[in-house]
Design a protein around this ligand. Sequence first.
Ligand code: NAD
Ligand code: WQD
Length: 344
Amino acid sequence: METKGKILVTGGAGYIGSHAVVELFEAGYEPVIVDNFVNSKETALKGIAAITQQEFPCYRIDCTDKQALQDVFRKEQDITGVIHFAAYKAVGESVKEPLKYYHNNVGSLITLLQVMEEFGVNNLVFSSSCTVYGIPDTLPVTEETPVKKANSPYGNTKQICEDILTDLANSGSSQVKTIALRYFNPIGAHSSAQIGELPLGVPNNLVPFITQTAIGIREKLTVFGNDYDTPDGSNIRDYIHVVDLAKAHVVAIDRLIQGKAKAIEMFNIGTGRGNTVLEVVNTFEKVTGQKLNYEIGPRRLGDVPAIYADVTKSTQELGFKTELGLEEALSSAWQWEVNLKNSL
Ligand code: NAD
Ligand code: WQD
């Protein structure tokens, strides 16, 4: 079958990666997965297969292992581009175990870039994060908003990776072109409820904590503070449906392959809208009919009071626009949680 090209997806069994694999396939690409399953399960591959009615090659290797990565590039031969999701992402853990984070997140990018250069693969989409903006002085944040000192080793790994990619682009000695997507807060699941977020242990993030509370795994949600300078006192975030986010990767790969990208480009990937934590809670209750047990607790150390994206650049230059809203995202997250319970 003629496809638009073979795309290596590192971290392709993970939360965002699994959704990207589905969207790549639906857009006519041929995804090849690389994952060491440190933060994912084989069931993600089953979910992908159930949606696409296809099985994609999956290499169970570590991206910091150069030889193993070289073997994949050698075996697959004609890789057109790479989407690099593989990384650790738990902010709190990164404070306690910084070397683990620097080694995996920075080390895997460097190894991957070396192997891409060796095999002449020049198109890269990199998973960056709105965490690079730290606590911004102005809202919404544009791509020109200054990057502030990271408030966690995890955040710092994303800044360092962006710096490495920028240095490489400016070196004049590399053919690799990169689009770094700065995601805001991805939530939700595929409409089939076959793939979704699979937190191992107690979730750090808001929406899996909400769905696990509603289904009875957790006793109650603690809202971390209602005394911020926001309309209802709780934090503001830009929550983007993971399926929309996955589609942004397809648009970015298209742009790279069509030769429209500069050596390095950064794009905010969000909805452009901010919602408070309490709005998320209320919307969840409304769309699912579930009463959520929650209480207001103290602020969480290190939380940014408010952040949401200015999406002008990603709309105009990348041609990306979100299609799904908070209600659809929360309802899909709930369907996924219910499906997980039923599949036990
Ligand atoms: P995830 O943990 O679900 O997915 C990451 C995948 O990479 C996992 O399947 C894991 O097993 C794999 N992995 C990790 N290290 C690896 C290695 N060395 N070799 C091979 N596989 C490895 O996380 P996610 O939420 O899908 O995040 C994907 C990317 O997006 C990460 O780079 C993350 O930092 C970034 N990001 C995530 C968020 C978010 O809120 N989820 C926000 C901004 C940016
Ligand atoms: C969202 C809001 C919490 C849990 C993190 C990373 C960031 C990026 C996205 C990767 C906040 C509140 C949460 C709870 C709560 N990841 N909350 N009770 O903190 O915006 O960003 O994930 O790059 O780097 O820091 O996401 O989902 O943890 O929190 O009240 O039990 O929900 O205070 O306002 P966050 P989150």
